[in-house]
Design a protein around this ligand. Structure first.
Ligand code: COA
Length: 385
């Protein structure tokens, strides 16, 4: 029997050509393109098509794809009605998982579930990917209004994916720099090799379950604080610290209590997460533009990072992408409990690329286990126990 490795650390679960991480050098690439180049030159729409198709699109392919995303932004009023009936106390990730799982009820198609070979049809796979990516963003934005008792803001066809999300979420014309920062955040979160939620995609895809079910299961996996839920915890932590001067005492106390510092550390990176470096530069650029008139969280975050660098760098623990994304989202007027849902909105691109890759060479997942229970024994009747 092969050796059991907790968390399957280092065990290859699949072959993939979608993205790659060099944790020693701090390099992340999508389809061979370093994340820094995509963050600088690409858009979420283009990066999504790159992830799905494996190559950069031509201008006309990109225009068609962007139009298809726009065409699929509007949601049926049944979906909206269902959302209105969800309790407003629920976490946005619970809402998102519920609503995405329900989409198959409202938009029945030529699903894998019918056994119609749809899972081998590349057009079906591509169309479903467009529909899911296009719809998750409006669902997240609509929830912000619905849970407060208001009607959602209608989508606009003149706006990009990131701009339309901010428009639907805040009801205000998006600030161009913040909209570009949101676009970059979506690019940075779109894909990240085989992590817990992507593994959930592979397992579900391998049973040929519907893509809504595949993505709903990934959303559930992403919701945990050790995965996507960390960005919300970062912001709560910074709020608790309250001022840069208190950062050192706070970090030391948590470390002494063997508690983690949210937004620090990564299973894969032993250097600073390259996505955190990009976000930090965007924050600096934003602070410069605003000439100091920005959220005090930026200064508290810098102080926390400095202390953590002193205390944790020798363990290969540095800031990860979640450390900075939450501060930027706050600046955009987004409540902390929505951060992980935004992560899901972006990661849907990578999840669906993995769904497609899995279906192209599918074998149902059936790992084994190391049994640690009782040997075979005789059933004891209830009156003799
Ligand atoms: N705060 C304090 N110490 C940390 C830490 C953190 N955020 N992350 C790792 N460490 C410590 C570990 O406790 C361990 O210490 P030890 O050697 O004294 O036992 C050491 O650094 C090495 O940890 P490592 O094996 O690299 O971590 P991991 O792979 O088991 O866990 C995470 C990775 C992401 C789960 C972990 O870093 C974490 O919980 N981070 C906070 C949550 C977070 O931000 N998640 C988002 C990830 S994108």
């Amino acid at each position: 029997m092969s050796e059991y490795l907790p968390g399957l650390a280092g065990v290859p679960a699949t072959k993939s050509n979608i993205s790659d991480i060099d944790g020693e050098q701090g390099i992340l690439s999508y389809r061979g393109y370093p994340i820094e180049q995509l963050a600088e030159h690409s858009t979420f729409e283009e990066t999504t098509l790159l992830l799905l198709d494996g190559r950069l699109p031509t201008r006309s392919e990109l225009e068609t794809f962007s139009d298809q995303l726009k065409e699929n932004r509007r949601l049926k009023f049944h979906t909206r009605g269902m959302m209105k009936n969800l309790p407003n106390t629920g976490h946005p990730m619970e809402m998102l998982q519920t609503v995405v799982a329900s989409l198959g009820m409202f938009y029945p198609g030529n699903e894998c579930l019918t056994g119609s070979d749809a899972c081998e049809d590349i057009n079906y796979i591509h169309n479903m990917s467009i529909k899911i990516i296009a719809r998750i963003a409006p669902i997240v934005a609509m929830w912000q209004h619905i849970r407060e008792g208001y009607d959602p803001v209608d989508s606009r066809d003149d706006l990009s994916h990131a701009e339309n999300f901010l428009w639907m979420l805040t009801g205000k014309e998006p600030d161009p720099l913040l909209a570009r920062i949101m676009d970059v955040c979506l690019i940075l979160h779109a894909e990240h090799t085989i992590n817990a939620s992507t593994f959930a995609v592979l397992v579900n895809a391998s049973t040929l379950s519907s893509p809504y079910s595949v993505i709903a299961s990934a959303i559930g996996a992403l919701s945990g604080p050790l995965h996507g839920g960390a960005n919300q915890r970062v912001l709560e932590m910074l709020q608790e610290i309250g001022s840069p001067e208190k950062a050192e005492e706070y970090v030391d106390k948590r470390l002494a209590n063997k508690e983690v510092i949210w937004g620090m550390g990564h299973r894969e990176y032993k250097t600073k997460d390259p996505r955190a470096i990009i976000l930090q530069k965007l924050i600096d650029q934003y602070m410069e533009t605003k000439a100091g008139d920005v959220n005090p969280m930026f200064d508290i975050a810098k102080a926390v990072e400095q202390v953590c660098e002193d205390r944790l760098a020798h363990k290969g623990v540095y800031a990860n992408v979640d450390f900075y994304s939450g501060i930027l989202y706050t600046e955009m007027g987004i409540p902390a409990d929505q951060f992980t849902a935004i992560f899901a909105m972006a990661r849907a691109a990578g999840w669906l690329a993995h769904w497609r890759e899995q279906l192209a060479d599918n074998r149902i997942f059936r790992p084994t286990q190391v049994y640690t229970g009782e040997p075979i024994r005789k059933y004891v009747p209830i009156n003799k126990r």
